[in-house]
Design a binder for this molecule. Structure first.
Ligand SMILES: O=C(O)CCC(=O)C(=O)O
Length: 301
């Protein structure tokens, strides 16, 4: 569906002004959209995963660990695909208001693509450099978006998500390969210098707030040098008429699951070209390891 067609469908949760803002600016921030009951369940599930990580000493397909991670003092960067690691995360995708909100932005038929739980641990949780998501997992159109759920309050010192408004309209897309043709998963310093990053909008928020960014929206988050961690649950959802044309890097079991509405009969194709990533069927390493230029082997799944 096109934005014009989506906007004609009556919304379930959002106001028409919020939907228009998303299409014009490429992002949305909804304060306290998720209630305490969901938050308590999501936090408890997160704690269970952190406990499990104590038995893991090196990064694997589930746990992406900072180099200083130990059993006594866990330091997680990410749990990949938490919906497969704890039932509460999948229930959140099925039953919470989150997919209803997404249906106001992609149309009534909504599919799941993947999820991740990014931690940005206290006292040194890493920066995520400017990048866009769609070239990690190209689709036939640009409906995919990522919803971030702040499990705890996130202030400016915790490295909130930051977006560059209207960057989803930049065409052609900028590259996420370096001058030698190596995939870096982020923009080059030269491309960043061409952008007016003073226009970046930071999206801190109280617990239960949602950040929503379109798959073409450039985004970033700073290092967390504060004493508080910043667990951010990220779910990527798409319109049902968007079909991936490369391998899903983390191969989730629920990939393409229809969360709302029905399966699409026809794919919708956006004519704007999309940057293609390396061949993930040969393996995938996390955005953190890539951007920190760690010599981590590709994780085979
Ligand atoms: O955790 C963050 O702050 C941003 C994460 C992100 O952009 C990503 O994982 O693609």
């Amino acid at each position: 569906m096109t934005p014009e067609q989506i906007l004609k469908v009556p919304p379930k949760v959002l106001t028409q002004a919020q939907r228009e803002f998303y299409f014009n600016e490429g992002y949305l921030c909804l304060e306290r959209a998720i209630d305490e009951t969901w938050l308590a369940r999501l936090r408890a599930a997160t704690e269970e995963l952190v406990e499990r990580s104590r038995t893991v000493s090196k990064p694997d397909a589930v746990f992406d660990l900072e180099p200083g991670h130990t059993a006594a003092a866990p330091r997680l960067r990410r749990v990949s695909n938490p919906v497969e690691q704890h039932p509460v995360f999948w229930e959140y995708c099925l039953k919470s208001p989150m997919p209803d909100i997404v249906s106001d932005l992609v149309g009534p038929d909504v599919k799941f693509h993947h999820s991740k739980l990014n931690f940005k641990w206290a006292n040194g949780g890493e920066e995520v450099k400017w990048h866009y998501d769609i070239s990690f997992w190209p689709h036939t159109n640009y409906s995919p978006l990522t919803v971030g759920t702040y499990l705890y309050d996130c202030g400016m010192d915790q490295g909130p998500l930051a977006v560059l408004p209207k960057s989803h309209l930049i065409d052609p897309m900028l590259s996420q390969y370096d001058a030698k043709g190596q995939w870096t998963g982020c923009l080059s310093a030269a491309d960043c210098a061409q952008l007016d990053l003073t226009k970046a909008v930071y999206l801190p928020g109280p617990a239960g707030s949602l950040t929503i960014h379109n798959c073409r929206t450039l985004h970033y988050s700073a290092r967390n040098d504060s004493d508080l961690g910043r667990p951010l649950l990220l779910n990527t959802l798409t319109s049902a008429d968007a079909f991936p044309y490369t391998v899903n890097p983390i191969k989730p079991r629920h990939d393409q699951y229809v969360l709302r509405g029905t399966r699409a009969r026809f794919a919708h194709h956006d004519p704007r070209p999309c940057l293609i990533p390396p061949d993930w069927s040969k393996g995938y390493t996390s955005i953190f390891a890539l951007q920190q230029e760690e010599a981590v082997p590709l994780v085979e799944r």
